[in-house]
Design a protein around this ligand. Sequence first.
Ligand code: 13P
Ligand code: SF4
Length: 347
Amino acid sequence: MNADQIFKDLSAKLGSILPEAEIRKKAELAVQINALKKERNAVILGHNYMEPALFHSIPDFTGDSLELSRLAAQTDKDVIVFCGVKFMAETAKILNPEKTVLLPALNAGCSLAESITAEDVRLLKEKFPDVPVVTYVNTYADVKAESDVCCTSGNAAKVVESLKSDTIIFLPDEYLARNVAQQTGKHIIFPSKTKGWPEAPTDTVLDYQLIGWHGRCEVHELFTVRDIEEARRKYPGVVVLAHPECSLEVTSAADYAGSTSGMIKFVQEHEAPSYLLLTEGSMADNIAAAHPEKNIIRIQGHRCPHMQQITLEDTLLALRKNQYVIEVEESVRQRAEKAVQRMIEIV
Ligand code: 13P
Ligand code: SF4
């Protein structure tokens, strides 16, 4: 597509939220990115949280963490540009050691990935020997390497159930763990380094079954039941969708809880007077842009500062300057790959 075509397409979707001059500038950046993408035989993967102009112009594929991991595993391109955060780009590298994986902004982190270290996981494994470890993909490669299997928000309960184990270590998201515990009918405990580690279970009848961690998503922990109550008062018939990184109180008060793509699909497939999306704000903007006929309500200000680091400008620089190259040490990568592959194989 040339700049005029991209401009027209973006204007149709974003004309009501962005000034014309800005859309024109974004369209020109997109043309340059698409040309370089072709020249470098690259694929651009865009997470659902990318800002609207980027989301609707340059990615070859968009999706949630699980879909993008699957796509990363299948690509035959030489270069993968990951428009998402670092743990996602690392997952792509884990699955594609021979390819160049680029993350347009090095400081695109994640509060969940920062909440746990590989040493923490090793200590937990010492305390709970032979208990399988499920790790959310929102972690760095060395943490994945200590795990038996990874999961995403889209398959967490399924992964836990696939292990057929009474007791499971589930890391590091406290709220996702609470949601999964409820879905799978398991009790939950939270060991604490500072308050003393609990003793490993010694008898066969366990009074706890999911061993969690205190990681939190700095965006999703902000949503409250009050937000839902207020929306229900203000918008009669509103359908509330929450990401499972929200607290159990919030997901229980919502009408639907699921991954980012799960929420998009839900909105596409249902007819409701309005939808309240309890997740990162750009995704609500993206759905609103794709479905102008639907009334999408956002809670302003709840944006992921890490996802917002990724811009069209930096994506262009990433391809031009080959930055920032994601590397994973080979012995770590091989162990992490087993956990990621095992997840991908669980349908
Ligand atoms: P999804 O896997 O649902 O896309 O979530 C990723 C994420 O970081 C949510 O905050
Ligand atoms: Fe991490 Fe939360 Fe941002 Fe997702 S929204 S990348 S979990 S900080």
